[in-house]
Ligand binder design. Structure first.
Ligand code: NAP
Ligand code: MG
Length: 481
């Protein structure tokens, strides 16, 4: 199907022409497109205007079993293939993704609501780079793990969320394949389309059948994958709640797991920081991808003597943010991923108000249809406030002040999470001091939300365990002896 234009074209609007989407998507199992055993399909919705994009298969236990069997059957020959040959497949996937990068970016934006500028400049290129990067490692595992025997784990069950659909699929699939594992991947129910396009790319790259299987569905599909007896590894990215369910489900089974879970990350500004640069970093830290970012800098800590200045500049900058059609290249904040997520964010905003925090939202007209939320600040919050403690996963920032370094370390670490943090200061020694004391998997200094395939990413505490990216990402898919 060629998509019709849904929005009036203006010079800044990305066209949806030449995007190839099917009306209905089957499951990708054993190198073939197969109808789901349940006969059930569910709609994929464009959150920008609530239009129906395509029907997606709802895989049940039987489909999951077929996919795991296909992956198991493919495992001996895939893991036995010369590593340099495996590398070529990964490289081919990356090249085809690059060729289709515009189409992938537009589909990511249509299906998930993120600004086209972000899909085009961040999600898709990073996803390609993950395949390129891990293609390079496939025949160099002996250098990654010197003097060790390296074996793949077997069949990896992979479950991903809706905030970076294609990128998360790449984070999961590329290191698993490079190390000789086979894969069954389940994308999130609201954003299955780019994973299905990736299945088409994998087909085009000629990957042997069964090496990658993509099954779509809901939580029950994910649960069937986790509980399948013939899975050797679960790689999960999603909420801390589901992460805990998975940990309980695999206890005692011998299945290996990496869990990338939620966050409530601190962005800390000292009075010697380059303030304008820091304000840009705060804005990016919380409003990038509508705040649907596990490592979003959702708690701002600003040193007391510069708080008024920073808040004034921040409010001014927020007034210039354009919230609207994600296909518009000028859009800074696109659509909230789903109606459910919008309700969750709105309920946190009303809790914040009820608990007595002061709210700031710039005046801005939101589109009539679709799911949108204004960028939001909560000032005068206490550490005990719900909006400070819980992950909102939306464009909502809380602001607290601090006087001393010890005070801010204590406050920043005072949540169940430990995924990321940002530190803004002119003092190198302070950066080194904080990186060791902040209980966070990533600490950015004078920048925020920077990702690269060479860098490991993952959490402390309830933000999960295991690392993805870099050599660490390889370690998550191998047995070493
Ligand atoms: P979620 O509700 O936990 O869902 C994640 C994935 O798990 C989806 O594919 C979901 O399917 C599936 N699922 C749901 N219930 C399941 C079950 N009982 N067993 C197995 N799979 C199940 O999370 P989300 O709302 O999609 O994503 C947001 C969360 O992900 C946030 O907490 C965020 O911080 C976290 N996240 C973490 C990272 C990281 O690297 N640490 C990165 C991105 C996001 P359905 O879509 O059908 O529900
Ligand atoms: Mg959608």
């Amino acid at each position: 199907m060629k998509n019709k234009e849904k929005w009036p074209l203006s010079p800044s609007m990305e066209s949806t022409q030449h995007i190839s989407l099917k009306k209905q998507y089957a499951l990708f199992i054993d190198g073939k497109w197969v109808a789901p055993n349940s006969g059930k399909y569910f709609p994929s919705i464009n959150p920008a205007d609530e239009s129906h994009i395509a029907d997606i298969s709802h895989a049940n236990e039987k489909d999951v079993d077929l996919a795991v069997r296909a992956a198991r059957k493919a495992f001996p020959s895939w893991s036995g293939l010369a590593p340099s040959e495996r590398a070529k497949y990964l490289f081919r996937i990356a090249r085809i993704m690059q060729e289709k990068s515009r189409e992938l970016a537009v589909i990511e934006t249509l299906d998930g609501g993120k600004p086209i500028r972000e899909s085009r400049d961040i999600d898709v290129p990073l996803a390609c780079n993950h395949f390129f990067y891990y293609a390079g490692w496939a025949d160099k595992l002996a250098y990654a793990f010197p003097n060790r025997q390296v074996e793949p784990l077997g069949v990896a069950g992979q479950i991903i969320p809706w905030n970076f659909p294609l990128l998360m699929a790449a984070w999961k699939i590329a290191p698993a394949l490079a190390t000789g594992n086979t894969v069954v991947l389940k994308p999130a129910e609201t954003t299955s389309l780019t994973a299905l396009k990736l299945a088409e790319i994998i087909e085009e790259a000629g990957l042997p059948k069964g090496v990658v299987n993509i099954i779509t569905g809901f939580g029950d599909t994910g649960s069937a994958l986790v509980n399948h007896p013939d899975i050797n590894k679960i790689a999960f990215t999603g909420s801390t709640n589901v992460g805990k369910i998975i940990q309980r489900a695999i206890a005692g089974t011998g299945k290996k797991a990496t869990l990338e879970l939620g966050g409530k990350s601190a962005n800390i500004i000292f009075d010697d920081a380059p303030i304008d640069q820091a304000v840009e970093g705060i804005v990016n830290g919380i409003f990038f991808n509508q705040g649907h970012v596990c490592c979003a800098g959702s708690r701002l800590f600003v040193q007391e003597n510069i708080a008024d200045k920073v808040i004034r500049k921040l409010k001014l900058r927020m007034k210039s943010l354009y919230v609207g059609n994600p296909l518009d290249k000028n859009t800074d904040i696109g659509a909230i991923n789903s109606k459910e997520q919008l309700k969750t964010i709105e309920s946190y905003i009303s809790i914040g108000k009820k608990e007595g925090a002061e709210i700031y939202q710039p005046a801005c007209d939101l589109p009539k249809k679709g799911f949108y939320c204004l960028p939001t600040l909560f000032l005068h919050v206490a550490q005990s406030h719900t909006v400070v403690q819980e992950e909102i996963f939306g464009p909502v920032l809380t602001i607290q002040t601090f006087r001393t370094i010890d005070e801010v370390i204590q406050k920043a670490n005072n949540t169940p999470y430990g995924l990321a943090a940002g530190v803004w200061t002119d003092k190198g020694s302070r950066i080194f001091n904080l990186t060791t004391k902040l209980k966070a998997g990533v600490v950015w200094a004078n920048t925020y939300n920077k990702f690269d395939p060479t860098s490991p990413f993952g959490g402390y505490k309830e933000s999960g365990f295991g690392r993805e990216g870099g050599i660490h990402g390889l370690a998550a898919y191998v047995k070493l002896s």
